[in-house]
Design a protein around this ligand. Structure first.
Ligand code: NAP
Length: 284
């Protein structure tokens, strides 16, 4: 029997997960097909129920289902619990268990792509949405020493900072403005962009959240944006002589974690990255 893995989203056609997950399944000679399925919020419960059939190995979820799906599952892992969002469903015997692999993907890409160890690090986090939340929780679990959260809407940065204060020794919230960013960026080891600034077709396409003169040489710059692959922040980081990791690596490592949960097989991350980059190029 060919097993199935499904990605549920609404819409879902933009996703490159089918390209890199199928490449990984084929590379590892696993007889399974990964496909995207558009499911409206009204149909989600029925679709999740179908995963109980033997032919399904599991599923991924993307916008807008990551929060709501929880009520249709039998349990969630500690990351999904902490983040309040599920991106992967794994079958454990007859149970459907929700996982969140975003924070893990972020940490593993930091370590494997840049050799960066978050323990004791000082971090400037740009953004305070869902992606920023995953990064902040990951950094708190790995015992970062300080976290400064900069956001366009200061109240959202304050809220996230408030959640982090119990687990990170020094936490600050600042506006996403040049003077405040200049001061914060002068003393950090890692800058993470989790805003959508620079994203293709977004309202701030072509912009960088941090100019090169505010980036210290030797710092690590991590951009969660991956369309385009070479973002304006990537160029700013290179100009400044900083190290850089692009967001496609986070996407690939969160997918690799899902793949390993479904199949019990080590994910071929380089194969997945190549397939993901090709799919992005194909989508223009
Ligand atoms: P979200 O929850 O909607 O948060 C968006 C964030 O971007 C907020 O902090 C928002 O600030 C900020 N923002 C948006 N437009 C802005 C602008 N023009 N100027 C300044 N700030 C702006 O979205 P998300 O899920 O966190 O995703 C954020 C980005 O990360 C997206 O580009 C997404 O593609 C990327 N991402 C990548 C991965 C990966 O695996 N690489 C995973 C998740 C997300 P306000 O609070 O002021 O609105």
């Amino acid at each position: 029997m060919t097993r199935k893995i499904v990605l549920f989203g609404y819409p879902v056609s933009h996703s490159i997960s089918p390209a890199f997950q199928q490449a990984a399944l084929d590379h590892c000679s696993i007889g399974a097909g990964y496909s995207a399925r558009e499911a409206s919020p009204e149909r989600l419960e029925e679709e999740i129920g179908r995963l109980r059939d033997e032919e399904y190995l599991g599923a991924n979820l993307t916008i807008p289902h990551k929060e709501r799906v929880r009520s249709f599952l039998d349990g969630v892992d500690p990351w999904a619990e902490a983040l309040g969002a599920v991106n992967t469903i794994v079958k454990d015997g007859g149970r459907l268990v929700g996982h969140n692999t975003d924070a893990y993907g972020f940490l593993r890409s930091l370590r494997e792509r840049a050799g960066f160890e978050p323990r004791g690090a000082s971090v400037l986090l740009l953004g305070a949405g869902g992606a920023a939340r995953a990064a902040a929780f990951a950094l708190s679990r790995e015992r970062a020493a300080s976290l400064t959260i900069a956001n366009r809407t200061p109240g959202r940065a304050e809220l996230l900072a408030g959640e982090m204060r119990a687990s990170i020794p020094a936490v600050d919230a600042i506006p996403l403005e040049r003077a405040a960013l200049a001061e914060a960026a002068s003393a950090v080891d890692l800058v993470v962009n989790s805003t959508s600034i620079g994203m293709s077709r977004g309202e701030a396409e072509g912009h960088t959240p941090l100019n090169s003169d505010l980036i210290r040489p030797g710092v690590l710059v991590y951009d969660m944006v991956y369309t385009p692959l070479e973002t304006p922040l990537a160029r700013a980081a290179r100009e400044a002589g900083a190290m850089f990791v692009g967001g496609l690596w986070m996407l690939i490592y969160q997918g690799a974690a899902s793949f390993e949960l479904w199949t019990g097989t080590k994910a071929p991350v380089e194969v997945m990255y190549e397939a993901g980059a090709r799919a992005l190029a194909g989508k223009g």
